[in-house]
Design a protein around this ligand. Structure first.
Ligand SMILES: Nc1ncnc2c1ncn2[C@@H]1O[C@H](COP(=O)(O)OP(=O)(O)OP(=O)(O)O)[C@@H](O)[C@H]1O
Ligand SMILES: [Mg+2]
Length: 389
């Protein structure tokens, strides 16, 4: 199954020259017959899919077969991820009993599992063994590349196969790329990452775009230079390309993009509510508990001291850390000592604006109290008291 590009992709990718070079080098290494594994991790929307999509062209040039599959929690049936990658041809035609004996046996086993999901352990073990063999031998004839996307959502049996392979070292004559978000945390994924790390896998953390690349992406999307007001909003995206695309798309859809002397800029504020809604949907995957705490944190500002959030929330500091750990791993907040900083002010604003008026006033009142206790300057405390009215 191939992954399809989201609207908003511009080509070539901005700000990713080094990462593209790295991947191309690794693909050439695999094309020379050496197995390489890459763990590509990055926050939601940072550009993992876009980057691995770029491998298509290089694979074609190097005549390396490319197999890709994307895990989704919806398709959680056993071995879904590996079946998609290995048993279905890129044309979409089923492989079925027409393939090699191993593939035929696997097809039978999977069918039996579907029919009777509570079936014998022996069936799972056999399928694990066969998938591992298939992966190991796939490159016998020619080198290949395997991209498994979003392994944080992968079915557990597929992860078990990948774990077994890790214990044996890189897949021969293959570039294997596993992409993942740091959240949700799954122990079986952590185990897999550790095993591949021990097996010498390369870890590539895809970071947000820098300020220049952020503006360049927006300019590519709107098709010309962008003005100061739109740049202001872009600066709150924390360099996340998906949020950049959201900003541009929402402004355009609301008719808020105006060209003056060839420069496109946003005007008015009627696109702000729809933008907040889009952004809130983007972080929904963090779950209600994390979002509630982050919503409370949004009252404290872009950066805040964790102890102040704890007294605002009325919870022990340790509990706050435990909850916020997920927000931290997701990059929504970043730690600076005992302070936390929102990674994307756009997200903070969307969460703040998502609080209902009553709740917001109550939180400002509590913030005033908590900050006064902690010795914050009068002016800051007064600011909260004003918004508590
Ligand atoms: N370097 C880039 N240049 C231009 N557009 C980009 C770049 N990186 C990402 N995009 C665009 O940003 C959006 C999100 O990118 P992408 O889907 O690749 O992120 P992801 O990391 O795979 O996200 P997810 O965690 O949801 O899988 C897409 O519209 C994509 O086309
Ligand atoms: Mg993706």
């Amino acid at each position: 199954m191939s992954t399809s590009a989201e609207p908003g992709r511009t080509w070539p990718l901005v700000g990713r020259a080094a990462e593209l070079d790295d991947l191309d080098d690794l693909l050439s290494t695999a094309a020379d017959g050496v197995g390489v594994t890459v763990l590509l991790e990055g926050e939601a929307g940072v550009g993992k899919t876009s980057l691995v999509d770029a491998l298509r062209g290089s694979a074609r040039l190097l005549d390396v077969e490319l197999r890709t599959a994307q895990a989704t929690a919806m398709r959680g049936w056993p071995f879904a991820l590996l079946s998609d990658a290995l048993l279905v041809r890129s044309s979409g035609a089923g492989h079925g009993p027409g393939g090699s004996p191993v593939e035929a046996e696997l097809a039978d086993l999977l069918e039996a599992m579907h029919a009777d999901p509570t079936g014998s352990i022996a069936r799972y073990d056999r399928a694990t063994e066969l998938f591992a063999a298939l992966l190991r031998r796939h490159g016998d004839l020619r080198p290949w590349a395997l991209v498994l996307e979003d392994v944080h959502e992968a079915d557990a049996p597929s992860l078990a196969v990948l774990l077994q392979l890790a214990h044996e070292g890189a897949v021969p004559r293959a570039l294997v790329v596993l992409t993942m978000r740091p959240v949700p945390y799954r122990p079986e994924l952590a185990e897999l990452v550790a095993a591949w790390t021990r097996a010498g896998a390369r870890y590539l953390e895809l970071r947000p775009l820098n300020a220049r690349a952020t503006v360049e992406l927006a300019e590519n999307l709107v098709g010309g230079p962008v003005g100061p007001s739109l740049r202001g909003t872009l600066a709150t995206t924390g360099g996340n390309p998906r949020l950049v695309a959201d900003v541009v798309r929402t402004a355009r859809a609301a008719g808020a993009l105006v060209a003056t002397d060839g420069v496109l800029d946003s005007t008015g504020s009627r696109w702000m509510d729809p933008l907040d809604e889009v952004v809130r949907r983007r972080v929904e995957y963090l779950g209600p508990e994390v979002l509630e705490l982050l919503g409370q944190a949004s009252v404290l500002g872009t950066s805040f001291v964790i102890a102040d959030l704890a007294s605002l929330a009325g919870d022990p500091v340790a509990d706050c850390w435990r909850t916020l750990r997920h927000g931290l791993a997701a990059g929504v907040v970043r730690a600076r000592g005992d302070r936390l900083v929102f990674g994307h002010d756009l997200v903070r604003e969307a969460l703040y604006n998502g609080l209902d008026a009553e709740q917001r006033r109550a939180l400002h009142a509590r913030a005033a109290w908590a900050l006064r206790q902690a010795g914050a300057p009068t002016q800051i405390v007064t600011g909260h008291l004003e918004r508590a009215r």
